[in-house]
Design a protein around this ligand. Sequence first.
Ligand code: SF4
Length: 374
Amino acid sequence: MSGPDGTNGRTADDRAGDDGRARDGRTAANGRRPGPPLLELRGVSKRFPVRRGVLRRVRGHVHAVSDVSLALHAGETLGLVGESGSGKSTLGRLALRVVDVSEGTVRLRGEDVTAAGRGALRGLRRRAQMVFQDPYSSFDPLLPVGASVAEPLDVHLDLTAAQRTARLHELVALVGLEPEHLDRYPRELSGGQLQRLAIARAVAADPELVVLDEPVSSLDVSTQAQVIGLLERLQRELGVAYLFIAHNPALVRHASDRIAVMYLGEIVEVGPADEVYHRPRHPYTQALLSAVVVPDPDVQRARRRIVLEGDIPDPSDPPPGCRFHTRCPYALDVCATEAPPAYEAEAGTTVRCHLHTAGPQLAGQPLSRKEIVR
Ligand code: SF4
């Protein structure tokens, strides 16, 4: 018999234990979890056509995501970090098939999302949800927010009116709000309250995965901390996995078990969060992290900022070889012609850089150093 939440009367803890969902949200020190992944991307690429002229002919393609392979396990948070335009948001949308891949496969619990028909896709929408950066754009301005929060319940669960109301009240309590908030219009709520309700909607139908696309970027600092705390608590209580997309590496490190770093559509480094944050191996990760301001003034004074020369290249005409070679302080001749393969470095990290595949004797020994240190 279905309970008030339409989930057969099971508790959140019961649900969290299903299918190996983890409740502690932690990943082993080597960065790997046992068992098959919840979400798996293999060789995923996305090209968007560039149309020009009166006839809108296709004149080229933007290579938004190129040959990305990633895995995310149940109950885990994988942080995805990189500059604006690196392809992070597109990758999040590909994972949920909000946009279709150009190449590669996406699997959720082994099921091929890229080949799913309408029925299977409906099931996917229940199991995998998304929270967007701007909470105001996530709600219909003409409807009370309760109508939007209830949408997954109406689409995916067969609830009576009483069950629907009980579940809505459970959801607003889960995100620290009151039932009367459901009757308000988006303009009557703060950004933090709306983002809490967007999160309530995302977890309404008990998903296994939520893609969080810059979920706190538009909020003030104190509200950011509250929303991050809420996400962490929900993960402990519900066992949901997060793909956490953000441009702030410090925030991603705090919220994530593992971190993947993107540059110009490619994953250049992935590994356990503390390992990537404290011992970045890829020159781009090193530059990205050098810009993070640490709260301790003594530590901050001792830090070196690596300022990269030049802008991020045009994604419709990415550089050959290593895509980072036009800005890399350590570029070798080979970097301009040959794309570095994924190299399994120590401590569970994987890095795409010739310095590592060429052997430790080259690592950290720049042949042409263009770094500017401030
Ligand atoms: Fe720099 Fe070459 Fe490594 Fe790319 S492969 S990050 S250009 S050293």
